[in-house]
Design a protein around this ligand. Structure first.
Ligand SMILES: NC(=O)c1ccc[n+]([C@@H]2O[C@H](COP(=O)([O-])OP(=O)(O)OC[C@H]3O[C@@H](n4cnc5c(N)ncnc54)[C@H](O)[C@@H]3O)[C@@H](O)[C@H]2O)c1
Length: 248
């Protein structure tokens, strides 16, 4: 399927995990991708898979200058920007009372601030292309999962921002949606090793009885939300979580 031919998309955290799968699937469907990530090794690897279609930008998404640089690269290298995927988000799991200023700053800096910086930096180009934004939320935030206070708060702030942007930017022809994934990435495997009981609980609660595959189950939903097939959808939160949460 080449339904993203002509699309130029920024993917934050686009070198590994779900972001890496998104970079790969978008590229396979014809898009050009600027993958922004702090992981230089993974970035160089993914760039090699389609050097004519993927540009890796090494950078910390919590810095506004990186967002501006990513947009500059999209325009100078590929002539436009049609999509933005705010996927990167780092955080530490601790009890609410143990979270430090630095922990809060990490989650809000890489999650909420980064999403805002990239949306602001992309806006003018997305107006021109009538593009789409896909932000990332989390079932853990919707459920208020223990040890996830800084993460959950930033994720719900991202969903609030996304709904407002969907309403304000509708007249510009820009759509903004949110995906809440559940996928077996390296990060989730580490979490599974640290908190095996929580992992078992989540897998058991999942109606489809498994964690999703980043490439087969999550990235195609992001591709759909960037494509013309979802042109009548905006301001939505799409649960890509095996049926765990049913939003109403
Ligand atoms: N994996 C899941 O099941 C799950 C569940 C709910 C929500 N999510 C959300 O999905 C998204 C992707 O999750 P994941 O599991 O693939 O994450 P991950 O931690 O495995 O990968 C994130 C990528 O972002 C990069 N990154 C981290 N901090 C960065 C920074 N400051 N600047 C630039 N790049 C940075 C990492 O190097 C990595 O390549 C996140 O928003 C996460 O919160 C994931």
């Amino acid at each position: 399927m080449k339904n993203l031919e002509g699309h130029v998309v920024i993917v934050t955290g686009g070198a590994a995990g779900i972001g890496g799968a998104i970079t790969t699937v978008l590229t396979e469907r014809g898009a050009k991708v600027i993958a922004v990530d702090i992981n230089e090794e993974a970035g160089a690897e993914i760039e090699k898979t389609h050097p004519e279609r993927i540009v890796f930008l090494k950078g910390d998404v919590s810095k506004e200058s990186i967002a501006k640089e990513a947009v500059r690269i999209a325009v100078s290298k590929f002539g436009k920007l049609t999509g933005l995927v705010n996927n990167a988000h780092a955080s530490r799991q601790k009890k609410l009372m143990d979270l430090t200023e630095d922990d809060w700053a990490l989650s809000f800096g890489t999650g909420f601030n980064a999403s805002l910086y990239f949306m602001k930096a992309s806006y003018k180009e997305l107006v021109k292309s009538k593009g789409a934004v896909v932000n990332f939320g989390s079932g853990a935030a919707l459920e208020g999962q223990p040890l996830q206070a800084s993460y959950a708060a930033a994720k719900e702030a991202i969903r609030g921002l996304s709904r407002v942007a969907a309403n304000e930017w509708a007249e510009d022809g820009i759509r903004v949606n949110v995906v809440c994934p559940l996928a077996l990435t390296e990060g989730v495997v580490n979490w599974k090793n640290e908190h095996p009981e929580q992992y078992e609980e989540v897998a058991k609660k999942t109606p489809l009885h498994r964690f999703g595959s980043p490439q087969e189950d999550i990235a195609p939903i992001v591709a759909f939300l960037l494509s013309n097939d979802s042109k009548y959808m905006t301001g939505q939160t799409v649960m890509a979580d095996g049926g765990t949460v049913k939003l109403r």
